[in-house]
Ligand binder design. Structure first.
Ligand SMILES: O=C(CO)COP(=O)(O)O
Length: 245
């Protein structure tokens, strides 16, 4: 399976940051993996223009479950599709914790993303406390089962395993811990989608850098990465992309 490397810019970036996409084009050329950059909403349309003609696809970091209506401040999947986004990150732990975004809400958003013809990147992951209590697999499986809508297929769904305690901390699970969770996610996907579950890419996210990417990509059932901080600078992000190739 071709690896997928996704950069999540989070709430970072003004128009001047689009130069990083330009630089990334030059650094990655004909990369042997799929590349996605997810800037804030305000830059999605401009990022699509900048990435045109390259192998870089553009995504967003959230959307609403409805196509339109009285939802002040929200953006629909259809709106994102119209401006050229192709992926949407959903259920990121920063949203799950800040907005009490529950699994059912994530599933509703994912169904909307699929309805708009886009690919959902559904995030799951345990907290430090849940891991210390030996509940990591149980928590991740429960999130997964309730966050994937019935519209999911291997071509419109990607899963990102992001242990909350590894995000932005410089801490990374051991390769054995990553393998354990990713193989459990694979089993859950096969149970849910049958053979198609084998075609869903499972990304690892949490303190991925150019220096640790190669080892992480060597773990079975790791089909790419969801990268935060290290995706903001093209040179560092390109190092991760090279490690995946
Ligand atoms: O949350 C993340 C990506 O969605 C990971 O962030 P960091 O790579 O900065 O740890």
């Amino acid at each position: 399976m071709k690896k997928l490397i996704v950069g999540n810019w989070k709430m970072n970036g003004l128009a001047s940051s689009l130069a990083e996409i330009e630089a990334l084009k030059g650094l990655t050329g004909e990369a042997a993996c799929d590349i996605v950059v997810c800037p804030p909403f305000t830059l999605v349309e401009k990022a699509v223009e900048r990435a045109r003609g390259s192998g870089i696809a553009i995504g967003a970091q959230d959307c609403h479950a409805q196509t339109s209506g009285a939802y002040t401040g929200d953006v629909s999947a259809e709106m994102l599709a119209e401006i050229g986004a192709r992926f949407v990150i959903l259920g990121h732990s920063e949203r799950r914790s800040a907005y009490k975004e529950m699994d059912a809400v994530v599933a509703g958003k994912a169904a909307a993303v699929h309805g708009a013809g886009l690919v959902s990147i559904i995030c799951v992951g345990e907290t430090r406390e849940e891991r210390d209590e030996g509940r990591a697999i149980k928590v991740v499986r429960a999130q997964l089962e309730a966050s994937i809508p019935n519209t999911a297929t291997s071509s419109n769904t990607t899963i990102a395993y992001e242990p909350v305690w590894a995000i932005g901390t410089g801490l990374v699970p051991t390769l054995e811990q990553i393998e354990e969770i990713h193989s459990s996610i694979r089993q859950a996907l096969e149970k849910r989608l049958g053979e198609n579950g084998q075609g869903v890419r499972i990304l690892y996210g949490g303190s991925v850098k150019a220096s640790n990417a190669k080892a992480i990509f060597g773990v079975s059932n790791v089909d790419g990465a969801l990268v935060g901080g290290a995706s903001l600078k093209a040179s560092e992000f390109a190092g991760i992309i090279t490690a995946a190739a």
